[in-house]
Design a protein around this ligand. Structure first.
Ligand SMILES: O=C1O[C@H](COP(=O)(O)O)[C@@H](O)[C@H](O)[C@H]1O
Length: 245
């Protein structure tokens, strides 16, 4: 049975440092257990700060980066290198500075990739990439998610039909309420297959959605995002302000 744990730190800077430090420990532990680690990255402002913080932590030297698989929970379906792509932001904040194995950096396809602007084909291509080890999904030791002001996670938005997608591991999202309108996302069952899910939120704009999701409001996608073993809510005080005890 999955355990939900809430960790609150003073501000966004402390949150970025805390998550970065926990991520290093999680990767090192996974590598000690089975030689490699699977991490699902998220996009957004706090995610960028987490990756930048990780770059500066001396403990990161304990990671064998050539044995880390990096995946994404969602992507803004834009041309390769677009500054709004989650991949571009992660590469700039951290990945370009690491000795990662390029074959293990599993970015979601771009809109100028092999499928052009066909988001459905791009999502299907990513589903195929996820089958790398023979099963539908690879091991995800930790899957990180930003939390939107509206309670969205990855590119799963409240009341959007893709939220109910249970037959595929990935999906194309059209008419996203947050720009850009076209995205690719892991589906909720895929998120729920991760060993640990970490929901990360900072700032007062996130307080309502965090409070509602932790209060069990199932209209919010964030309320459904749980890990197999553990679900962590990693928050700063402002984002945690409306959690009811
Ligand atoms: O568009 C997106 O937004 C969310 C949250 O971003 P934030 O800037 O409000 O933290 C992010 O988690 C998601 O990956 C991204 O595509």
């Amino acid at each position: 049975m999955s355990k939900t744990l809430v960790v609150v730190v003073p501000d966004a800077g402390a949150l970025a440092a805390t998550v970065a430090s926990r991520l290093i420990a999680k990767i090192v532990d996974a590598q000690a257990e089975r030689g490699s680690a699977g991490v699902v990255l998220t996009g957004g402002r706090i995610a960028k700060r987490v990756l930048a913080a990780l770059k500066d932590l001396p403990e990161a030297a304990a990671i064998n980066w050539s044995q880390v698989d990096l995946w994404w929970g969602d992507e803004r379906f834009l041309p390769s290198g677009d500054p709004e792509r989650n991949e571009t932001q992660a590469r700039e904040a951290l990945l370009d500075a690491l000795p990662v194995d390029p074959a293990r950096v599993h970015a979601m396809p771009a809109s100028d990739g092999p499928d052009g602007d066909d988001a459905e084909a791009a999502a299907a291509r990513y589903a195929q990439e996820l089958r790398i080890g023979g099963a539908d999904l690879p091991p995800f030791d930790v899957l990180m998610l930003g939390v939107g002001e509206d309670g969205h996670v990855a590119s799963l938005f409240p009341e959007h039909p893709v939220l109910n997608e249970t037959t595929s591991t990935t999906a194309a999202v059209h008419n996203s309420p947050k720009p850009p309108p076209t995205r690719i996302t892991l589906t909720m069952p895929t998120i729920q297959a991760a060993d640990e899910v970490w929901l990360i939120a900072a700032g007062p704009d996130k307080a309502d959605s965090v409070g509602q999701a932790l209060g069990g409001d199932k209209l919010l996608p964030a309320a459904h995002a749980t890990g197999v073993a553990k679900t962590y809510w990693l928050l700063d005080q402002a984002a945690a302000a409306k959690i009811k005890s």
